[in-house]
Write a protein that binds this ligand. Structure first.
Ligand SMILES: Nc1nc(=O)c2c([nH]1)NC[C@@H]1CN(c3ccc(C(=O)N[C@@H](CCC(=O)O)C(=O)O)cc3)CN21
Ligand SMILES: O=c1ccn([C@H]2C[C@H](O)[C@@H](COP(=O)(O)O)O2)c(=O)[nH]1
Length: 283
């Protein structure tokens, strides 16, 4: 939590104003942030200086694992986070690749589970990683990447947290996640949870101890309409200790994640937090 607040403070103190053409808003921006999460000791990096709707963040990650391409499927899992980018987005609505209401196109999990090859066949990146790690293999290329420049025009948004690299050291699994663009008040609140949960879940289903998660962010920003709430409200609050994430131990395979797992299989213990803050969202 302290590292999150330190990043927010750094943006407020040292950030540079950058015009963003896609959203039409200015962002106070810094480059390069490294956040680390201690998954081994279950120090769940949940924001405590406002109420975090953590189940929606895990639902989003589960949707990526399942390869979802539709905001309605995300809603059924428990998150509305893709509604705006899928439906309230003029550029995507005018895109001939859009298949209709709620379609997100070839983003995130679609690339992770069915990356298209020139011959028309597909690659399931996640399946290969789970199979290797389950056998104790780390080929130094256990990489799940959603970043496919050849298909950017077929999706509603380029992936922000775009690559996850798993590393096995003895019986301990580590994760390094890369993010090109980060909406620190809204997106990072979710992305921290997702990096932590992804390592915890993959360690569990491949039979390893979870180790450390390393979250590497390039462009970290606060939108102009979020700045006051961050600077004058959230940053004035004292954080509480980190809670713990409990995952149903019956989740044992990728098939379990794909079929029966719901948000009821996740629980947070010891979450003390300040009041919610509603930050503006930019489409
Ligand atoms: N501008 C922008 N920021 C993002 O963080 C973001 C995007 N766009 N587009 C794609 C996804 C969608 N994400 C989102 C979308 C909405 C919330 C959000 O509204 N969060 C609220 C409440 C969530 C709830 O009630 O479940 C929050 O207070 O955290 C968070 C992340 C993250 N990503
Ligand atoms: O997981 C996510 C997804 C998106 N974001 C934020 C980062 C940016 O503010 C926007 C995406 O805009 P681009 O113009 O494509 O960079 O969404 C996030 O923080 N986390």
């Amino acid at each position: 939590m302290k590292q999150y607040l330190a990043l927010c403070q750094r943006i407020v103190d040292e950030g540079v104003w950058v015009e963003n053409e896609r959203t039409g808003k200015r962002c106070l921006t810094v480059i390069n942030a490294d956040l680390n999460y201690d998954v081994a000791n279950n120090q769940f990096p949940l924001i405590t200086t406002r109420k975090s709707f953590w189940k929606a963040a895990i639902a989003e990650m589960l949707g990526y694992i399942r390869g979802y391409d539709n905001a309605a499927d995300f809603r059924a899992l428990g998150t509305k986070t893709w509604d705006m980018n899928a439906n309230d987005n003029a550029a995507w609505q005018a895109n001939p690749h859009r298949k209709g209401e709620d379609d997100m196109g070839r983003v995130y999990g679609v690339q992770g589970r069915s990356w298209q090859k020139p011959d028309g066949s597909t690659i399931d990146q996640l399946r290969k990683i789970i199979d290797n790690l389950s056998k104790g293999i780390d080929d130094r290329g256990e990489i799940l990447t959603f970043y496919n420049p050849g298909e950017f025009d077929m999706g509603c948004l380029r992936p922000c947290m775009h690559t996850h690299t798993f590393s096995l050291l003895g019986d301990t699994l580590h994760l390094t996640s890369y993010q090109r663009s980060c909406d620190v008040p809204l997106g990072l609140n979710f992305n921290q949870i997702q990096v932590f949960a992804l390592l915890a879940i993959v360690a569990q289903i491949t039979g390893h101890k979870p180790g450390q998660a390393y979250h590497k962010i390039v462009n970290a920003h606060i939108y102009e309409d979020q700045l006051e709430l961050m600077r004058d409200v959230q940053l004035k609050r004292e954080p509480f200790p980190s809670p713990q994430l409990k995952i149903n131990p019956d989740i044992k395979s990728l098939e379990d994640l794909e079929t029966w797992v719901t948000m009821d299989d996740f629980e947070v213990v010891g979450y003390q937090h300040h009041d919610p803050i509603k930050y503006p969202f930019s489409v």
